[in-house]
Ligand binder design. Structure first.
Ligand code: NAD
Length: 470
């Protein structure tokens, strides 16, 4: 893999201030495929200065012109789709077909949505004798995780650009190559120098320096709840705006009368996609006592259709998890599930291949709500199936974690499913298999976060209001 030996700052690739490096590892074969510089506080400072210098010009650019440049960026991503998908597969391990369709396809759709929204959005409104101006917040510090290396970046950069903000991006350590390709695309699209800047580096050094930098007006973070709490505290102390997209432990509630086979198969797919490394993965399946054993058998049969292996092989449906640490962590959770008395019906803690960070697709039955595997985010291909007695019990279990990001309800009819969804403490609910929508606000209740991404709600996060009275 070709990597830039520098940071993209002020419209050019510049050497890093220090000599620290990050090795990029292919999780499917554990080989080092590239190295990128690990940025220091000095690199972050240079990038924030470049973003600040570019801010007045970009904020004053007409919204339609900014939107047109987002459209140009979308076109470059589309033209380079194959190369980006291969890079994501190499550094993350997601099967190539999934990389093309979802890992690159979704952010292209998101960029398209902002190319339209940015041009049509009402940046001014009239309220009584006032005109309210919706103005860009300023310089954004964006910190992203590795699980959707392009999507997480586009979900922040596209709305920030549409709003008239400038940015510094600090991508995850495991997936810096995708971020470098994105910076190339920004350049190729003709987005003015300094509007978007990239500093690769570690969380505790470059991430921390960006979150704490006084030249940053908004910190937009996606990642773990533990780091999010720290970033929220740092930003709060500096009276800085903050958006946090954090972890989840989402419930897939199958009510009596639902199409059980479809609900289970869709639910299993939701967990196995991206090797369970989706923050909104429906990792807790809730099934009525009367249909419980049938659902468990259906789930065991469904995971058998997810062969793991080389992610570049079209037959592979399950790639490795991202790195050695996650490999240990996920298998540790599986061992914990067994230890706490859950019934293993598929998979287990043993690594299924000699090389690569593979985890067997795993299904647990007889999971009780208080078990560790029912409470903590595992971020791997592990499904827990919990029985419930009645609707009230199902609701208690569904709402019984510190998280509230995603969710799903299956019922005989939409009305019943919606009535249940209204009572769920969570930011998104799929009704009877409803599909992902790039315009729908995405974000969490409770400890799953603060703020929303995507669509017009996502754009509003990058705006602040000024009212003029007449
Ligand atoms: P992480 O929190 O360790 O890292 C996320 C990002 O934060 C990385 O870029 C990392 O370098 C940086 N970081 C780490 N420590 C930092 C610090 N002290 N200061 C500043 N930045 C720091 O999370 P991860 O392991 O990369 O990602 C997995 C987690 O992300 C999961 O918990 C998952 O649920 C969550 N996630 C949430 C969403 C969402 O939209 N809600 C989306 C994807 C992932």
């Amino acid at each position: 893999m070709k990597a830039h030996d520098g940071m993209y700052i002020g419209g050019a690739w510049r050497p890093a201030a220090g000599r620290d490096r990050i090795e990029v590892v292919n999780p499917a074969d554990e080989q080092v495929i590239a190295e990128v510089p690990a940025g220091s506080a000095d690199d972050v400072d240079a990038a924030v200065r470049a973003a600040r210098a570019a801010l007045p010009g970009w904020a004053a650019t007409a919204p339609a012109e900014r939107a047109a440049l987002i459209g140009a960026l979308r076109d470059v991503l589309l033209a380079r789709k194959g190369e980006i998908a291969q890079t994501i597969t190499a550094e993350l391990g997601s099967p190539l077909g999934f990389s093309e369709m979802v890992q690159v396809g979704a952010p292209i759709a998101v960029a398209s949505s902002y190319a339209e929204l940015g041009a049509s959005y009402a940046f001014e409104e009239r309220l009584g004798n006032s005109t309210v101006l919706l103005e860009p917040i300023g310089v954004v510090g964006a910190i992203t995780p590795w699980n959707y290396p392009l999507h997480q970046v586009v979900a922040k950069v596209a709305p920030a650009l549409a709003a008239g903000c400038t940015l510094v991006l600090k991508p995850a350590e495991d997936t810096p190559l995708t971020a470098q390709l994105f910076a190339e695309a920004v350049h190729e699209a003709g987005i003015p120098a300094g509007v978007f800047n990239l500093v690769t580096g570690t969380g505790p050094v470059a991430g921390q320096a960006l979150a704490a930098h006084e030249g940053v007006d908004l910190v937009s973070f996606t990642g773990s709840t533990a780091v999010g709490k720290q970033i929220g505290a740092t930003a709060g102390a500096a009276v800085k705006r903050v958006a946090l997209e954090l972890g989840g432990k989402s419930a897939n509630v199958i009510l009596p009368g639902a199409d059980l086979a479809k609900a289970v198969a869709t639910g299993v797919g939701h967990v196995m996609n991206n090797t369970g490394q989706s923050c909104n993965a429906l990792t807790r399946m809730l099934v009525h006592r009367d249909q419980y054993e049938e659902a468990v058998s259906l789930a065991a049969a469904a995971v058998a259709t997810y062969p793991s292996g080389d992610p570049t092989d079209p037959a592979t449906r399950l790639g490795p998890v991202v790195n050695a640490k996650q490999h240990e962590r996920v298998r540790g959770y599986i061992a914990k599930g067994v230890e706490e008395g859950a019934r293993l019906v598929a998979g287990g803690p043993d690594a299924p291949h000699e090389r690569g960070y593979f985890v067997a697709p795993t299904v647990f039955a007889d999971v009780t709500p208080e078990m560790t595997i029912a409470q903590e985010e595992i971020f791997g291909p592990v499904l827990s199936i919990l029985p419930y007695e009645d609707e009230e019990d199902a609701l208690r279990i569904a709402n019984g974690t510190v998280y509230g990001l995603g969710g799903a309800v299956w019922a005989a009819d939409e009305e019943t499913a919606v009535a249940f969804a209204r009572r769920m403490d969570t930011g998104q609910v799929d009704i009877n298999g409803g599909r992902f929508n790039v315009l729908a606000p995405f974000g969490g209740y409770k400890q799953s976060g603060v703020g929303r991404e995507l669509g017009p709600h996502g754009l509003a996060e990058y705006l602040q209001t000024k009212s003029l009275q007449f």
